[in-house]
Design a protein around this ligand. Sequence first.
Ligand SMILES: [Zn+2]
Length: 297
Amino acid sequence: MKKIIYFILIICMMLALVACGKDKEEEETTPEETTPEETTTREPLTEEDYRRYGVDELNSAPILMYHRIYDMKNSETEYTGGNVDVDGYNRTAEAFEADLEYYYAHGYRMVRLTDYLDGYVDVPLGYSPIMITFDDGLQDTEGAEVHEDGSVTFSPNSAIGILERMKAKYPDFNVTATFFLNIELFNDEKGQDEAIIKWMVENGYDIGNHTANHYMIPDLTADEIEEEVGRVYKRLDEIIPGQYVNIIALPFGYPTDTSSDEKYQKLFEGTYEGFHYTTKATLLCSWMREFTIQHRL
Ligand SMILES: [Zn+2]
């Protein structure tokens, strides 16, 4: 049987990151207590360097799962800390920008999720990797304007607008994020989805698979899973052939164990309308710290 790799997505609202003890271990790995050094040349690290800087690439790294970013101030929501719903899936624009400022100030530097899964973690010595994901594509491109030359401007308080602002402000933050889309893609109000997606992959962002209709996967048959997964890959392959990531963010985070039923093999390999697909990882959701696949394999 094909070896199934799966990966845990850490849902990490700022409350959890800042105040909640569950992520304390992550917080303690931030380099505030260490001294980041400017390194212009890449000398091979010695055993002593690894100890001194606490380098531990087999340990865990935060993957922060966002959903919709609302063009709101924190004071305009009835929830605390800039959350727009009781569970904190949705954040205000003010809170999202503050989240990013916090990560930067606390020594996190972004890496592409797909690179991380491949074991390629390129952050400067003394800094910690962090990954940002968005599920559902809801309003991520609200107010976007695609221009004749293919460039896109985004509303300043949209998810991508804020990310682009941080990219300009902190070039060494390595701003990137993975957007997991359903078959409606971003459902852009002006029908600009394809142009926006092309711009995104050319500007450091990744597009992944959140299944066609966001059904609860355990409720589906093997054939239905194949269609739900394959339809999105096929659509992405039409728009950005070979440039999307073969990663699925599981709707609602289920199944939690992809080895529990043979039908879940269709998450990892299948064929939809003649289009063959493979998946290298599926993401779960978790409030708890989990080890990376590098640790598991
Ligand atoms: Zn979702």
